[in-house]
Design a protein around this ligand. Structure first.
Ligand code: SF4
Length: 398
């Protein structure tokens, strides 16, 4: 087993009452942190932090004297170490001499946060983990630690090399909040901006109709790097997001969760519509909710077309944003057709990988899913019984 790994506790399916409580569990971020009202990234990280605190409250371990520790009051709590890549959420959460990262209701679980540059958050996280391993080995520390980092899609674009290295060799949970641009510096195009979107560096004009490139599919890059766990999530589906965080933080090795994080300020919509925007991205198929776990793919939330037979149009998503509503106008029919074709191609690929097949027309009922898992196909479970053997992740476990 890797030295210093949190013991794999067995991620349990929660009862409805526990699920309701998890949604309101305290986050480690102070409530007024400088983000714009309705910021999707802020909402996403708050849900992530709440899920981590929930999971921390459930960790038990033995100290050097053999006593069982953990469980909060009196028993201690694991430490949580966070590194922040430069970006909107880092700037909003860490202005000069202040930080929104705080201790919550317990005082005996160390909470640390370090700011890294655009590209250095994951190397820093892995380095911290190895320093932690050394202290476990030399007996100066016996407490489990959670290691996590967050980055925007801009920092991911700049730091693609280090992040790929992290996904192959690193340690900890990386959360990407994706608002499809460098929103912190004035909404320049990033590697995840949709084609034909209007950004500061790719304005919609007479000769060029906005951004000219399809977004990078980071889930497929993560899978190619053989990461043990990679998933997408959306704040519009908070339980899915939080349960993925609970699972990912317990996996020894590198993990990544890519969270759709609409930006009201730079995409141009009302701050009360953030979750609706994210839901439209999921339901239209622009942002598939998928998971790559131990070499297998799963689609966790089908888009509305497959879930209920009723498609959600791309016009509904783009038309609701000041910056992209040109895509919902007849003048951009051709661009929307090209974009839609790529969305269909990507979505169909995920359905195939996850083992879905169409439900024959005669067996379909109104409002019921139009696809189903093929014979004998089972999606990998996010929930494991307590005491399950820790899966083998890397050679240094031996
Ligand atoms: S600019 Fe966008 S991403 Fe940045 S804090 Fe404001 S709403 Fe959030």
């Amino acid at each position: 087993m890797r030295v210093g790994a949190p013991k794999f506790p067995g991620i349990k399916r929660l009862t409805p009452a526990e699920q309701a409580r998890l949604k309101t569990f305290r986050s480690s971020f102070a409530s007024a942190d400088g983000s714009c009202i309705g910021c999707g990234g802020e909402l996403a990280l708050r849900l992530v932090s709440s899920a981590l605190n929930w999971e921390a409250a459930n960790v038990r371990w033995r100290d050097q004297e053999g006593r069982v520790r953990g469980g909060g009051a009196g028993g201690g709590l694991p430490g949580i170490m966070l590194t922040e890549h430069t970006g909107c959420e880092q700037v909003c959460k860490t202005t000069n001499d202040t930080s929104a990262w705080m201790r919550t209701f317990w005082e005996d679980g160390p909470r640390s946060m370090l700011h890294a540059t655009f590209s250095d958050g994951t190397p820093l996280l892995t380095g911290l983990h190895y320093a932690y391993q050394a202290r476990i080995k030399n007996g100066t520390l016996d407490q489990p630690f959670f290691f996590w980092s967050f980055a925007g899609d801009g920092a991911t674009t700049i730091g693609a090399g280090p992040i790929m290295n992290f996904l192959q060799q690193g340690w900890g949970l990386l959360i990407i909040y994706d608002n499809r641009g460098y929103m912190n510096t004035g909404a320049q195009v990033s590697s995840t901006t949709w084609p034909f979107e209007n950004r500061a560096t790719t304005p919609v004009g007479v000769d060029i109709p906005g951004n000219q490139f399809f977004p990078v599919d980071w889930m497929r890059i993560a899978a190619a790097l053989n990461v043990p766990f990679a998933a997408t999530a959306s704040p519009a589906f908070p339980m899915d997001l939080m349960n993925k965080v609970r699972y990912a933080i317990n996996v020894p090795g590198p993990t990544i969760i890519w969270v759709d994080s609409p930006c009201p300020k730079e995409q141009g919509f009302g701050p009360e519509l953030t979750k609706d925007m994210s839901r439209l991205a999921v339901d239209s198929g622009l942002f598939p909710i998928v998971r790559y776990q131990d070499g297998e793919w799963a689609v966790d939330i089908l888009r509305s077309q497959q879930r209920t037979g009723k498609p959600t149009s791309l016009e509904a998503y783009f038309g609701g944003q000041v910056k992209s509503r040109h895509l919902a106008s007849p003048a951009f029919d051709e661009q929307l057709r090209l974009l839609s074709k790529e969305v269909e191609r990507r979505y169909a690929w995920y359905l195939r990988q996850a083992g879905y097949e169409p439900v024959p027309a005669g067996q379909r009922k109104n409002g019921q899913p139009t696809v189903r898992l093929g014979e004998g196909v089972e999606a990998p479970s996010l929930y494991l019984p307590p005491g399950v053997e820790e899966p083998i992740r890397s050679l240094d476990q031996f």
